[in-house]
Write a protein that binds this ligand. Structure first.
Ligand SMILES: [Zn+2]
Length: 287
């Protein structure tokens, strides 16, 4: 029962982060401050708190602004729900690992718990950034360094700290390492691979297939995934899914060969797949 209440609370934290993410996407594009109350994008009326509850208000208001009755975008509840589910998933996955260790060895120590809490925090920063890249690139065909670069720095710092904590020994199997030198070496290689890949593609396609924004997304991918083969898995899924979706859009004539289909959303999906499942994918493929 307690664990259920815990998961529901985590789900609500995820929803709140999703709501914040929607707000960041909108206000960054409009170049507005993050402080202050939200307004309806149509009638500019300030949204009262009880109309601003993630997911719930959307259902209660039946997709429309209380004042001007204009339709609210599906993006809002969708992003909130995705974040809620990802947050729950990260805790659930870690809880599974935690029960495996307590079963096999002993009760985790305080330092091990610190490692777990920091890795949950890292998961959340990674999810937030990937979902941000996904939405922002689809909507506005660009990325914002003000989100991407600090996120890259935070993820690198967390990876290095987590690897120093005793709990990290369980992460060895997940591609994390205990030695500081090895962490830096792995991170460096993981960040160089996508950058070289994108720069080559940029030169070969004369800047048509990939943008310089994608190169910076590549740095974040490397930082988040931490090890080179995870990056290869992420790129593989990004390009396969990208090709399928582009094919569908071309057949439906929603896009032409010349129109721009952003790469960022696919990189975000590929990175998420590799972040959550790279170990399972490797085990399944090689064993
Ligand atoms: Zn309105």
């Amino acid at each position: 029962m307690l664990i259920l209440i815990f998961y529901i609370s985590v789900f609500f934290i995820g929803l709140a982060f999703g709501s914040f993410l929607n707000c960041v996407v909108y206000r960054l594009y409009k170049k507005r401050s993050l402080w202050g109350r939200s307004q309806c994008p149509h009638c500019k009326k300030t949204i009262v708190w009880h109309d601003n509850i993630p997911l719930l208000s959307f259902l209660v208001l039946r997709r429309r602004c209380r004042y001007c009755h204009k339709v609210i975008s599906w993006q809002y509840p969708f992003i909130e729900l995705v974040m809620g589910l990802l947050f729950v998933f990260s805790i659930w996955q870690l809880n599974n690992q935690l029960s495996i260790i307590s079963y096999q060895f002993s009760v985790p120590t305080l330092a091990e718990y610190a490692g777990f809490i920091l890795s949950i925090f890292k998961d959340w920063v990674v999810f937030f950034t990937l979902v941000f890249i996904f939405v922002y690139d689809i909507k506005y065909l660009k990325i914002e360094d003000i989100v991407l670069l600090p996120a890259t720095g935070i993820v690198i710092a967390l990876s290095v700290i987590i690897a120093q904590l005793p709990g990290s020994s369980v992460f060895v199997a997940l591609g994390h390492s205990v030695s500081k030198f090895v962490v830096f070496k792995n991170l460096g290689l993981a960040m160089v691979i996508p950058v070289v890949f994108f720069v080559l593609q940029y030169i070969l396609t004369k800047g048509k297939g990939v943008g310089l924004g994608d190169v910076r997304i590549g740095l974040f991918m490397g930082a988040a995934l931490g090890i080179w083969y995870n990056v290869v898995i992420a790129l593989f899924f990004a390009y396969i899914i990208g090709a399928i979706i582009s094919g569908i859009l071309l057949i439906q004539k929603k896009k032409t060969i010349k129109s721009q289909i952003p790469l960022g959303p696919f990189l975000a999906i590929g990175t998420l797949i590799a972040y959550l499942y790279s170990q399972q994918i490797i085990n399944w493929y090689f064993l």
